[in-house]
Design a protein around this ligand. Structure first.
Ligand SMILES: Nc1ncnc2c1ncn2[C@@H]1O[C@H](COP(=O)(O)OP(=O)(O)OP(=O)(O)O)[C@@H](O)[C@H]1O
Ligand SMILES: [Mg+2]
Length: 391
């Protein structure tokens, strides 16, 4: 069945049609600098195609939850356990319900983990549920970064693996990736390369422009035109869009984004007692905990080198042969571990450090306090940490 949805108007004054069935087979990459209109474009695509195809949106900012009211998308909050996410993703495929995975308010690592687990579960659905789904990922460079960043290697692998599955192997399983990115140079090459359709918006940086020119098979001088595009204008190319580069102005949308572009507003009249207003504290302020978001200090290289050059400790002798640690009861051991968690959580920086780092910290504390028995695994640590955090 051929269904062409209307994305807006072309520079030739005709309607810009996007062939949904072709899109399912050939995927789409949208790129443009911040404010160029990518999220607006995705919203137009989602609204127009909602009656025709199941949709799943990976939404880092919680912007697309407004689709729920008009089009019945189920909103899934991303702050869940892996098992919950897998169960929900599996049922989303079984029942063919459109959904928005809202990752608003989570830290980057949690966003990557939730998106990775959810997408992998959609990918792993039983063969009988391989119905077509448009999987839209906004800010895709976050989930498929071209280089490792501050996040742990384990999380990066999960998220990048899921995005690679989506774009490289998803088609046979009914998954059609539509990904949008601000910075093409920051998006993993193998993920970008699998899209055959492109909508290129305003792009300033040379490095992004060169990547765009390479992907589109354009010479670099022609790609200069991406610099002059206005907000909401994109160059379309690909089997589902146009056989040759075509300028498209994206049409209007029915639902609204939750975040808007900043608008200039007149400042309020300055009251006489402005200093009073600012320096008189609100009594409630004293009851609120003070949370300072400071980045953890990088470890000096000399520290790391010293650690690497230290000889590896001898493996611990078996407990029966030589009891190195004092015997304590199971309850005492639990209480001791509980107090270690409380110490970790009490440190305000703990909220901003990845679990893997906190786990190392925990193991060191266990050694210092001579906690007997086998150490907790990372997953058991995470569970207990979640309990400790929630008090
Ligand atoms: N075609 C359009 N018609 C009307 N308004 C538009 C159009 N495209 C974008 N806008 C408006 O421009 C603003 C920025 O657009 P949008 O949020 O889509 O940018 P973006 O590329 O997703 O930016 P970011 O990368 O920072 O998320 C929004 O307020 C949006 O409503
Ligand atoms: Mg956006």
């Amino acid at each position: 069945m051929k269904v062409g949805i209307d994305m807006g108007t072309t520079s030739e004054g005709t309607s810009a049609s996007l062939d949904i069935e072709e899109l399912l087979a050939t995927r789409l990459l949208v790129q443009g600098n911040s404010g160029s209109g990518k999220s607006h474009l995705l919203r137009r695509l989602l609204e127009q195609s909602a009656p025709w195809v199941q949709q799943c949106i990976i939404d880092p900012e919680g912007d697309f939850v407004t689709l729920a009211d008009k089009f019945g998308h189920v909103v899934i909050e991303g702050e869940r356990t892996d098992a919950e996410l897998i169960g929900i993703a599996t049922r989303i495929r079984q029942h063919r319900v459109s959904c928005v995975l809202s990752l608003e308010g989570l830290d980057v690592e949690q966003q990557m983990r939730s998106a990775g687990v959810f997408l992998n579960a959609m990918f792993d659905a039983d063969r009988e549920y391989w119905y077509p789904v448009l999987v839209v990922v906004d800010e895709a460079q976050m989930f498929a970064p071209s280089v490792g960043g501050d996040v742990s290697e384990e999380i990066r692998k999960v998220s990048l693996g899921a995005m690679t599955n989506l774009m490289c192997r998803g088609r046979k399983r009914g998954l059609a990736g539509v990904i949008a990115t601000q910075r093409l140079a920051k998006l993993a090459k193998n993920v970008a390369a699998e899209a055959s359709n492109f909508l290129m918006g305003r792009t300033f940086l040379d490095i992004d422009m060169l990547r765009a020119a390479d992907l589109l098979g354009m010479d670099r001088r022609t790609a200069e035109m991406f610099r002059d595009l206005k907000r909401g204008s994109f160059v379309a190319l690909g089997p589902a869009l146009s056989r040759r580069p075509l300028r498209v102005t994206i049409g209007s949308v029915e639902t609204s984004a939750r975040s808007m572009s900043p608008k200039l507003m007149p400042l309020p009249e300055a009251p006489q007692d402005v200093a009073d207003l600012i320096f008189t504290p609100d009594p409630e302020e004293f009851t609120r905990p003070v949370v300072r978001r400071t980045a953890p200090q990088p470890r000096p290289a000399s520290d790391i080198l010293a650690e690497l050059s230290r000889p590896r400790p001898e493996p611990a002798a078996p407990v029966e042969a030589k009891p190195a640690q004092p015997e304590i009861s199971a309850e005492e051991r639990e209480a001791l571990i509980g107090s270690l968690f409380a110490e970790i959580v009490a440190n305000p920086e703990a909220a901003f450090r990845p679990d893997a780092e906190l786990y190392q910290d925990f193991l060191v504390r266990c050694r210092i306090r001579r906690v007997p028995g086998t150490a907790l695994s990372l997953s058991a640590f995470r569970r207990k940490m979640a309990v400790a955090r929630s008090g």
